[in-house]
Design a protein around this ligand. Structure first.
Ligand code: HEM
Length: 177
């Protein structure tokens, strides 16, 4: 096993900065690609709908924004797996281990916060919870339920991810411990 790590480290360490560049580009895409869509489209349109929940035009705009958001999340959902690939490569190339406090804390956040949230998010945006597919299937009840579920998921997880993603950037760049 040691030889495998040493070989990987020898091979990858020449590409360390390139790997880190790729890692950071995907970290930026992952962290911010849905922020404007959420803050400037989804939130105001949902708040508008909540003021008049039976208004057909507000329902139409709410549904349209939710379907666009599902689609727009594809960027974030390409970036996250790329982080899970480039991160371990960086770990191997740099010889980083959980002995480094910043890295151990970062791994805890990835496993206990980001992974569960992203697995749920993949489902809500692209699989069983995809709003466009439910609308096209004509399943109005499931469609409305999926919109409410995704909205509550976003309300609950958004503050958690804003704090934990910012802290992850701080940990990875400043390495405070
Ligand atoms: C999931 C979200 C992730 C985010 C937001 C993230 C963010 C970052 C950032 C911003 C850096 C650059 C640090 C610097 O320039 O000094 C970085 C570096 C690094 N990341 Fe990640 N990362 C993530 C996932 C991972 C994973 C899954 C691993 C490994 C299992 C990992 C391992 C590393 C390593 C080893 C470095 C290099 C540290 C250095 O050279 O200074 N990252 N990460």
């Amino acid at each position: 096993m040691d030889t495998l790590f040493t070989t990987a480290n020898d091979f990858l360490s020449d590409y360390y900065l390139t790997l880190k560049f790729v890692h950071m580009v995907f970290a930026a895409i992952w962290a911010w690609s849905t922020s404007v869509a959420y803050g400037n489209y989804l939130v105001p349109l949902f708040r508008d709908w909540q003021r008049a929940p039976h208004d057909p035009e507000r329902i139409r705009l709410r549904n349209w924004a939710m379907e666009r958001f599902d689609d727009g999340a594809k960027l974030e959902h390409i970036a996250f797996p790329m982080l899970l690939i480039t991160g371990p490569l960086l770990m191997l190339a740099g010889g980083w281990t959980p002995d480094s406090g910043w890295f151990a804390m970062k791994l805890v956040l990835i496993v206990l916060v980001f992974l569960p949230i992203e697995i749920a998010d993949f489902h809500l945006a692209h699989f069983g919870g995809n709003k466009e597919r439910l609308r096209e299937a004509g399943d109005g009840v499931a469609h409305e339920k999926a919109i409410h579920l995704h909205w509550w998921f976003l309300i609950i997880t958004t503050p958690i991810v804003i704090v934990s993603i910012t802290f992850t950037f701080y940990l990875a760049i400043v390495k405070p411990f």
